[in-house]
Structure formats: structure tokens, C-alpha cells
Design a protein around this ligand. Sequence first.
Ligand code: ZN
Ligand code: ZN
Length: 358
Amino acid sequence: MMAIPGSRSSSTTSTNKGTCSVCIKAVKWVPVLFILSIVVWSYYAFVVQLCIITIESTIQKVIYLVVYHLLFFMFIWAYFQTIFTNIGQVPSQFKLPEGELERLTHAETEEMQNAILERFSQNLPNRNRTINGNVRYCEKCKHVKPDRSHHCSVCGECVLKMDHHCPWVNNCVCFTNYKFFILFLGYALLYCLFISMTSVQYFITFWRGHRHSTEPLGGLEGMGRFHILFLFFVAVMFAISLASLFFYHIYLVSVNRTTLEAFRSPVFYHGPDRDGFNLGRRKNFMQVFGENPKLWLVPVFTTSVDGVIYPVRAQPPSSSYHTMENSQTSLGDGTAFDKRPSTEDMEELLYEINYEDE
Ligand SMILES: [Zn+2]
Ligand SMILES: [Zn+2]
């Protein structure tokens, strides 16, 4: 059988690429494995070294173990939900059909491209614009971006209500798992605080024993005391960083803003508006956590919006940004929707640039 010239090198290249992408995928799991190994070690240090070996009172052992396992279970549940929840997909109605895509690719000027996108997005529920007031379009995914979505370079696709890409969960924090992420931060914080508070007295005992070597160590011997010493240290360090992140995200939920929107305000027809989606604390909270209080603290999906359509707040009448005439339709409950440019405006614009409608 004759060898095809170049076939070996091309197959070697594709094998290399395959191996490379597997390596990159594996490396992305390193932070998650790091967190999990600390959690497994903390389980051993708390349950075995502190509760079983060190603590003498049976009642104290039982109370500590019950509370610990409850927090441990909720924390791991929320963490795994954040990691393994699919980031979802941009609905197909946002994807440009072949014909439109062809026209867009061959459009000679930016105005023509904008007009094609304006026309296509007439029936889409979009209110967000680019900073220049144009339709938001993803060159890589070839679709119009739904409101609050952004292209994640790590995930390689547009992500609905993208908050940020988190290496510690190897996933995008977004519309589908934002509630899980906040619960994960909250339960992890409680887990660390509980460990810190229950191990602090043994930590102090260790230091006293260390300074006065003749003093008894209250049951802490050999490696056990180092496990408990580090358990306290690690729990306090994680509690500090988790607390700042947790309270920051609670603030973001209260003003209905993603981390990305906190850095760069979303742009509407009337201009950039960092409070554009802010409907008041109660509505903002319910948008993420749902309307059933029994499920607020449970890491199951209860978010009350569809990930594509987000109500916007009523705008002050003086605000103006875009040259196109702009007003709003109010729902009467403080929720309002921007009016998009009329079809007549668009047809006029398309006519001016010799748009051929087939
Ligand atoms: Zn994209
Ligand atoms: Zn991502």
C-alpha cells in the first residue's frame, strides 16, 4: 500500500492537537482539585483529629459532627452544582441565517453591516447596544448577543448573563448557575467560620503548650496538633477571602448587576446605565433566587427569568443618548421596556444604503 505524502505529518499534527487540548482541559481542573483536596484534608482534620481524637465530651462531639456534616453537605452540593451546571445556549433565533450571514460578510461598510443586524434583530427582545449604539453581534458565534450575554474566551461561546469565568469552579458563572455560586460562597463561608470557631480553643492550647513545653497539650499530641493548628489557619484565611466575595455578590444581586456590568455599565438605547436592570432589592433578589422562600437556600434552579429577556427599570425622562427618538412603555410597576427604532426608520436606512431584500 502506497503511503500518501504528508499524511503522516498531518495525522501527527492532529494527534498533537488532540493531546494538547486534552492537556489544557486537564490543567483547567487543577484549581478544582486543589480546592477538593483541601476540603478532603479539612474533613479528616476536623472529624478524625478534632472530634474523634481530641474532644472528650460525647455531647460536644455529636453536636459538632451534626452541624459540621450539615454544612459540609450543603457546601459540596452547591459547589458541584456550580461546577457541573451547563452554561446553557443562546437560543437559535439569535443565530443569523445563511443568507443574512452571507450579506453581512460581503457588506462593504460598517453602516451596511449595522443595518443588516438592525433589521435582523427587529424581532428579537434586545435592549442592550454597543457603546456606539449598534446591535451587539458576536463575530465568533455568528449571532446577535442576547441582553447581558458576553462571549467567554475560555468557554469559547457566548454565555447568557455572564458574570465571570471562575477557574475555581472551572466554569462560567452565569445565568444558569449564579444562584448556586452565591450559595456555594455562603455555605463555604459558614463552613470555614464553624471550623474556625470550634478549633480556636485547641489552637490557643497548642500555642500555650508550645511556649511552655512543660504544660500539657490538652490531648493534642504528635501530628494531631499540627493538623488542628493548620485547620484553624486555613479556615480563617479562606473565611476572610470568601466573606469579601460573598458580600460583594450579595451587593451585586441587590442592585441586579453582574461583575462585568459593575466594571462596564450595560448600554441601552438611552445610553450607558449601570442601574438599567435594577428593579428594587426585592425584585432583584427574586429574579435570581425565585419566588419560593423554601427553596432560596437550596441549590436547585429557581431563577425566575429565561436568561434572554430581562425587565428594565423606568428611565428618567431627561436621559438621552441615542439620536434615534426614544421613549418607553411602562408596565405600571416600575418595570419598563425601551422602544426600539421603528421599522420605518430601519427601512429608510436600508434603502439609503441600497440594501437588496430578497
Ligand atoms: Zn460568542
Ligand atoms: Zn467561561
